[in-house]
Design a protein. Structure first.
Length: 318
């Protein structure tokens, strides 16, 4: 499936002129104005743009950057098309990092997949679009522990109000901006926003998320996808289960595993949960697979029949 993406990069310790220089020396076009929140050129303009964001101010006295004064800023890409768009993003990230900019836990990295030019989406009825969104939500919730495992602790769905649990669209979740996956603009514009990618300016981490998101969208849209023959509730909530359901190749699965292991080594908090999603069928005991845990949706205890399961099978949860 051809990719059409957009990205929002929130960062600290950079000037407006440094942003402009980084984008232009990367061979891309950028608006020279520091715009207000949700102002400036549209995603179809071909221009990167800077926006102020009040959620980024106040940290160690930092305010929105000026043209020659370091501060915080949100850098938003135009629509980026295919492999050429990813290469442009990588060039921009390389040059942004050279300025000394950084992302901390106040920052978010949001990746949007646009399907406006996807013939399959254009042919869908609203009913089928809603079914597609629910398919993504059920999938994401089932593997939430894996997505938490590849994210910094502060971007864990249970610990951050900006990336909470993704609700089913068919159950009234028309406003999902503060969920791990934001469906708000899908019905009208074919746009899905993934909000959980950790605060980062690392092109390898962002590139990994883009590849996984591609797989998620292919799973949701392709009626001949291998997952159509698999009962989601039978899949272990592990990297192996995720890779099998998304039909990942071994290279991508290995990169996901490496990301989980890196964060398990880095953070003591959440280490056991991360190591759990690295488990393979040969390492899972019958006792472990029948543990009583509390559902992250309703909070009620239930018997986890699968390793890593954290959502019960009640109608309103799975």
């Amino acid at each position: 499936m051809a990719i059409q993406i957009g990205i929002e990069l929130e960062m600290m310790n950079i000037t407006g002129n440094e942003v402009i220089g980084a984008v232009e020396t990367a061979g891309a076009r950028v608006s020279h104005t520091i715009h207000g929140y949700h102002q400036g050129p549209s995603p179809t303009s071909g221009l990167w743009k800077m926006e102020s964001d009040s959620s980024l101010t106040g940290y160690q006295g930092m305010s929105t950057c000026g043209y020659d004064t370091k501060g915080s800023i949100e850098l938003i890409s135009p629509i980026l098309y295919g492999a050429a768009g990813v290469k442009e993003l990588n060039r921009v990230l390389t040059r942004i990092n050279r300025t000394g900019a950084y992302a901390n836990r106040l920052c978010g990295t949001h990746i949007t997949v646009g399907l406006d030019n996807n013939a399959r989406w254009n042919a869908m009825s609203d009913t089928k679009k809603i079914a597609t969104l629910d398919r993504i939500a059920r999938f994401y919730n089932h593997f939430q522990t894996v997505f938490d495992a590849i994210s910094p602790n502060y971007r864990n769905a249970l610990n951050n109000n900006y990336v909470g649990r993704t609700r089913l669209y068919s159950q009234g979740a028309t406003s999902t901006k503060m969920a791990g996956v934001n469906f708000s603009s899908f019905i009208s514009r074919g746009v899905v926003e993934f909000r959980q990618p950790g605060y980062t300016l690392n092109k390898k981490v962002i590139g990994l998320w883009i590849k996984v998101i591609q797989k998620v969208m292919s799973m949701a849209l392709n009626e001949n996808h291998v997952s159509r023959g698999i009962a989601l509730t039978t899949m272990p909530m592990t990297v192996t289960g995720l890779a099998t359901y998304l039909d990942m190749n071994s290279s991508l699965e290995s990169k996901v595993r490496a990301r989980v292991q890196l964060l398990a080594d880095k953070y003591e908090t959440g280490r056991s949960s991360r190591l759990a999603v690295l488990a393979t069928p040969n390492t899972i005991s019958a006792e472990d697979a029948n543990e009583v845990v509390n559902c992250i949706c309703c909070g009620m205890p239930f018997v986890a029949r699968l390793w890593g399961q954290n959502i019960c099978n009640d109608e309103g949860c799975f």
